[in-house]
Design a protein around this ligand. Structure first.
Ligand code: NIG
Ligand code: FE
Length: 420
């Protein structure tokens, strides 16, 4: 009998999402390709075999009886590297101040930029590493991280360098996005700043990032400015992503289709024309329900309408000081309970489709032979429990590149309290 490094057997549900190598749309989002009583064999960091009753020898056999096994979550939109915190803004939000009111008062992004500029490399590294640890504990095995709290060349480079270092030292795989156009720093006029992003920052940051993003929003960057920046990013080899129509409909969705973006993110206020263009060009809609939740907004992105139109949907946390969560399980819960996605659609959006949104669907996002062994084991009998049993961490084990990184983080230590 052949030997493998790890054999997981007897999973009540093995959620594979196998079989399609492009972003899933419409009904495809509902098909999780579940194997009941499923097994998965892992060797040399990769998935060696997937099926029922696999017969392999292993020193590491995990009995997943009564549990759910699935691909690790991929968080395709985070602002991972920042310094400080903004818990004081909650009182302002409760008094009725909007996101833009707080930004205009020198809070919001501008506040975090000042903190991040002051922080040393090692402070930034330490604070961001804790966030990566939390992500892993909650089942995220790959994430995207954006710069954007520097807004000057030196600090944008500092953030991207910290991210590079984290990618080297931490089990998490991190995809880097340059978001120099996150806000207009107080010391610049918008036109001048757009020129700085294009002429000075892009040539210097290009080797540290895969994607270029813009906060295309009323009062921040216009559609024309965003287009200029994203086209310049393309010229330097960075594929476009967009923060589109988060607060006001400015035509960000149509711009995403126009520039050939891999994804357009937020999309709370997008018009139908823009959404149709996205569907036509298969631009992935990355929905971030943590943001309207943390801003106490009553409206969420119209996920049902988007699925009906044929937009491939992905989910992500938008982890940032305004919406601070590392927990993709919470995002699935919000997607189901507040955006009416089904559990299967939300799980597709939090695994395979979100892998597509960072261009990594050939290696992660589904459990298939030859793919990277990024696997989570959940202490629940089926996938529907993820949005159903909310507010706790259902993840029991996390395997990253074939290595067990997290094991039973939820068990009480003292034997006295363990029921046998
Ligand atoms: O995606 N909208 C722009 N950027 C972040 C918020 C950043 C912040 O408030 O610090 C977002 O929601
Ligand atoms: Fe964001």
């Amino acid at each position: 009998m052949e030997t493998v490094d790890i054999l997981i057997k007897n999973a009540n549900e093995l959620v594979t999402l196998k079989g399609q190598n492009k972003p899933r749309i419409k009904k495809e989002m509902s098909n999780l390709e579940i194997i009941n009583k499923g097994s998965i064999a892992i060797k040399d960091g990769n998935i060696f075999d997937v099926g029922k009753n696999l017969k392999y020898q292993s020193e590491n056999v995990i009995d997943a009886k009564g549990k759910t096994v699935m691909p690790g979550f991929i968080d395709s939109h985070t602002h991972l590297v920042f310094a400080g915190s903004r818990e004081f803004e909650l009182d302002m939000k409760l008094k009725g101040l909007t996101y833009m009111d707080i930004l205009k008062k020198g809070g919001g992004i501008v506040y975090t930029v000042n903190e991040t500029r002051k922080a040393t490399n090692s402070e930034l590294l330490k604070q961001s590493k804790t966030r990566l640890d939390n992500m892993l504990i909650y089942g995220t095995t790959t994430c995207e991280g954006k710069s954007g709290y520097g807004l000057d060349t030196e600090t944008e480079l500092k953030i991207l360098n910290v991210q590079k270092k984290l990618n080297e030292i931490h089990p998490m795989d991190i995809v880097s996005t340059f978001l120099g156009a996150h806000a207009i720093p107080q010391e610049y006029e918008s036109k001048e700043y757009v020129n700085l992003v294009i002429n000075e920052m892009l040539p210097k940051v290009k080797k540290f990032a895969t994607y270029c993003d813009v906060f295309c929003e009323k009062g921040v960057f216009t559609v024309d400015q965003s287009k200029k920046i994203l086209e310049a990013g393309k010229f330097h080899g960075l594929a476009p992503k967009i923060h589109a129509d988060e607060i006001v409909d400015t035509g960000g969705a149509a711009l995403a289709a126009d520039v050939g973006a891999i994804s357009a993110d937020h999309l709370l206020m997008s018009n139908d024309y823009g959404l149709k263009q996205m569907a036509k060009k298969r631009v992935i809609g990355v929905l971030l329900p943590g943001t309207p939740f943390s801003l106490m907004m009553k409206d969420y992105a119209p996920a049902r309408k988007m699925i009906g139109m044929g937009i491939p949907l992905a989910l992500a946390t938008d982890l940032n000081p305004n919406c601070w969560t590392e927990n993709m399980q919470l995002i699935i819960q919000l997607a189901c309970l507040n955006m009416k996605m089904t559990p299967a659609e939300a799980i597709t959006a939090a695994t395979y489709n979100t892998a597509c949104a960072v261009g990594l669907n050939d290696t992660v996002g589904s459990l298939e032979k030859g793919k990277q062994a990024d696997i989570i084991l959940l202490d629940c009998p089926n996938h529907k429990f993820i949005p159903y049993h909310f507010g706790i961490n259902l993840v029991e084990s996390v395997i990253k590149k074939g290595i067990i990184i997290i094991d039973k983080p939820t068990k009480l230590r003292n034997k006295k309290y363990i029921l046998t």
